[in-house]
Write a protein that binds this ligand. Structure first.
Ligand code: BGC
Length: 267
């Protein structure tokens, strides 16, 4: 005789997941890969996100198996959006500054498709963060040109004008004082060069001033790992452009990837 397994009354109830208004977002980064189920009616995560370290070297096979482990953790059936730290057009990766260079020319959609139980959409990570912040967060209802800048392992940028994204703007790589800007002003440069917040914010300010003089945005929104401590550096900035911190902080990439997956944007 088999004994029926009764539900554990102390276990947290499984969150409600409506397949029509949700999608799964995955944010692939230089140091971590994180994912979660997103409620697209308001851009919130349903339940906890799950993060694993980015495998080193971050090759297509290694990254796809990490994505697999993340998807297995949830077993979500529905569309999957994948944000990647490089240029992505029609699902194919074209640059990989902070990932293994063997990604260049590889279809991220094909690489991940066998590893998750649903159709896959792929886009640039900063573009994902930008879509999320303009739809649900700090840029909601804001007219004109918004530049979302993510400071993490690299610098990502998204250009959104009156709600319309111009994809794959690689403004983290503009040259300032003879250097690729992200090598000096990314969050990772602060750790690498042992800078305090004030010293790093001077570099961020130099970078942002350069951007605003070229593009004259009406708002900067900051995302990426650095948004954990905005009070330590945002007050040091002296840009003419108003600034806001991403409302979704470091989850904006997950939310935007899910949004792109549901709306099949940027395919
Ligand atoms: C890449 C961008 C990416 C950014 C943030 C840069 O090195 O070139 O595509 O958005 O890092 O991850």
């Amino acid at each position: 005789m088999t004994v029926p397994v009764l539900p554990d009354p102390s276990a947290a109830p499984a969150p409600e997941v409506d397949p029509d208004t949700t999608a799964f977002g995955i944010d692939i980064g230089g140091t971590g890969i994180k994912g979660g189920v997103v409620n697209l009616t308001d851009g919130t995560l349903i339940g906890e996100r799950f993060r694993l370290d980015t495998p080193q070297p971050a090759t297509p096979d290694a990254v796809s198996s990490t994505v697999h482990q993340i998807a297995e953790h949830f077993d979500y059936q529905g569309p999957y959006g994948c944000a990647f730290p490089g240029v992505v057009t029609h699902g194919v990766v074209h640059t990989a500054a902070n990932m293994d260079e063997s990604w260049v020319g590889v279809s991220l959609v094909d690489a991940v498709s066998g590893h998750v139980p649903g159709p896959v959409t792929a886009l640039n990570d900063a573009d994902a963060a930008g879509l999320a912040e303009v739809r649900y967060g700090a840029g909601k209802g804001h007219p004109g040109l918004i530049i979302v800048v993510t400071f993490g392992t690299g610098i990502g940028t998204a250009l959104i004008n009156d709600g319309v994204l111009i994809p794959n703007a690689e403004l983290g790589h503009i040259e300032i004082d003879g250097h690729d800007a992200e090598t000096k002003a990314a969050a990772s440069a602060r750790d690498r060069d042992g800078l305090n917040w004030e010293q790093w914010s001077k570099r961020a300010n130099r970078y942002l001033t350069h951007l605003e003089n070229l593009l004259w945005p009406e708002l900067f929104i900051f995302g990426g790992g650095i948004t954990k401590n905005p009070h330590k550096w945002v007050p040091h900035l002296k840009t003419r452009t108003p600034v806001k911190v991403a409302a979704m902080r470091n989850n904006a990439g997950i939310v935007g990837a899910a949004l792109a997956a549901r709306e099949q944007k940027l395919l």
